[in-house]
Design a protein around this ligand. Structure first.
Ligand code: LFR
Length: 490
């Protein structure tokens, strides 16, 4: 099959992208784009999963209208959020969004039953209160007992489309329930949640062919003839596949979207104490790799600031306003949970500066500058930590995703880290999704060949470190003011 469609749904928007190889280059065309976001009801945050599935069907209809009659299809979304199904395949509950406050104390409660060290050695996953492990630990136990199957969001969309139950591994690893040694769900963690292995589905690898779309959808809507393939269904796993790095390059990636995921690709998980205290995670990647990475707050900060200012300023104008301003006037630890879902992001940043005895950023430009400077410093610290833990120097940071368009952030990431930065492609997630489809349908041999195809298809922008000023002072001030221990507070 020559045509491939990537369904890529992030926390703030989703898209269907049509990919083909034309004259040795990967050509992408967006077929359909839609908004996403969680809504708050009765003090909780939920995704509108029926709407999202409806948008997938609309996108596929449009694909047919644009002349795609047969194609392969893959789906990726954000991680950790789950759907409970009864025996008949009906959803038992709305889908909680990971920023919901219900897991406030869940990490403490779970780790008082099984130590953090033991959980980390088993799973290699960074402790974040929204991981599925913690979400399930506060879910209504009676309802959990009723669940015949527990699927993550892309697994559920695949189920609706094809009728097959799967737990695809890249996303399943973010549950913090997979055991690195057995490569399956961990029995102790399941017991702790009073769940059984058969409440989850078969673990499948990216590249697994799931078959056609259900007859009912094909009859009801005029859809292309799709061969549905489980891709790297965690968007970050797909984004990292889409990094245009060469095999010999010693690189870090920064997948910059709602979150900033900065890390390296490894063959083995690293679960020593340094990795744990530095709060690194080992998410499972496609083709038996791991993403040794750190999950840092991302452009969600600026999206929320945009909301605080009643959506008066565009994203580009935040960058424009921030660019001429002096760097590092404010130090903020944006990994602090207080920035996960504050009522008003601008007010939260201002209170943080006040509480830490700093000047208070007042204008939209100052707020944006404060965000970009501190993200750059967090990235640079993560790179230093990774170099220390893996004992391997990093030559270049590939920034992919929406943040690759932010020239200020790219340049200052280079300045503060002292590393070369290569920015782009912004659509690396869709590209990574498409690559797995192409590998599964034997159009592309392997990831290296796929990354070469991406390099041949688009031009990245290089940022070299400019005279950065006094880096040492920034690092010291950051550490002193934010009282951030080695590796971060989360
Ligand atoms: C990025 C992402 C991150 C994950 C967060 C929550 O979109 O998938 O990798 O930690 O969203 O699911």
């Amino acid at each position: 099959m020559e045509d491939h469609i990537a369904v890529d749904i992030g926390a703030s928007s989703g898209r269907l992208v049509w990919g083909r190889v034309i004259d040795g280059e990967l050509s992408l065309q967006e077929i359909h784009r839609f908004a996403n976001g969680f809504t708050e009801r009765g003090g909780h945050c939920y995704w509108n999963i029926d709407y999202l599935f409806g948008q997938v069907l609309i996108g596929l209809q449009k694909a047919k209208q644009q002349g795609i009659t047969a194609c392969t299809l893959g789906i990726d979304t954000w991680a950790v959020d789950y759907v409970l199904l009864d025996r008949e395949g009906n959803r038992l509950e709305e889908v909680y969004a990971y920023r919901d406050e219900r897991t406030r104390d869940a990490v403490e409660r779970v780790t008082s039953q099984l130590s953090a060290r033991v959980i980390y050695e088993k799973t290699g996953i960074q402790f974040q209160k929204f991981n599925t492990l913690f979400q399930l630990s506060v879910h209504d136990p009676a309802q959990l007992q009723q669940a015949d199957k527990i699927l993550l969001v892309p697994d559920y969309l695949y189920y609706l489309l094809t009728g097959r139950h799967i737990n695809e591994v890249t996303n399943a690893s973010t549950t913090q329930l997979l055991n690195l040694h057995t490569q399956d769900f961990d029995e102790d963690l399941l017991r702790l949640l009073s769940l059984t292995r058969n409440q989850f589905a078969e673990l499948v690898q990216p590249g697994t062919v799931l078959g056609p779309i259900r007859q009912t959808w094909r009859e009801k809507y005029d859809l292309p003839d799709c061969e549905v393939i489980a891709v790297a269904t965690h968007d970050t796993a797909s984004a990292v596949l889409g990094v245009p790095a060469a095999e010999e390059e010693s690189f870090a990636y920064l997948s910059s979207g709602t979150w900033s995921l900065i890390g390296v690709e490894t063959i083995r998980a690293i679960v020593d104490e340094q990795a744990q205290t530095s709060n690194f995670t080992n998410e499972w990647g496609a083709f038996h790799t791991y993403r040794f990475l750190k999950n840092i707050m991302g452009l969600w900060l600026i999206q929320e600031v945009h909301r605080s200012y009643d959506e008066q300023y565009s994203f580009a104008s935040f960058v424009e306003m921030a660019t001429p301003l002096e760097a590092f006037r404010y130090y903020v630890d944006f990994t602090d949970d207080r920035f996960l879902h504050p009522f008003d992001m601008v007010a939260e940043i201002q209170s943080y500066c006040k509480e830490t005895g700093q000047e208070i950023p007042g204008t939209p430009g100052e707020i944006a500058r404060c965000i970009f400077d501190n993200l750059a410093i967090l990235y640079a610290l993560a790179v230093k930590e990774m170099e220390a833990i893996t004992q391997a120097p990093i030559e270049v940071i590939h920034i992919v995703g929406g943040g690759a368009n932010n020239e200020l952030l790219c340049q200052w990431t280079a300045n503060v880290s002292g590393k070369k930065v290569v920015a782009g492609p912004t659509e690396s997630t869709a590209m990574g999704n498409l690559l797995v489809q192409m590998i599964a349908s034997q159009k592309v041999k392997d990831v290296q060949e796929g990354r070469r195809l991406i390099r041949d298809s688009f031009v990245g922008k290089t940022y070299l470190p400019q005279d950065p000023g006094d880096q040492r002072v920034w690092f010291e001030s950051f550490t002193q003011i934010t009282k951030r221990g080695a590796g971060g507070s989360r």
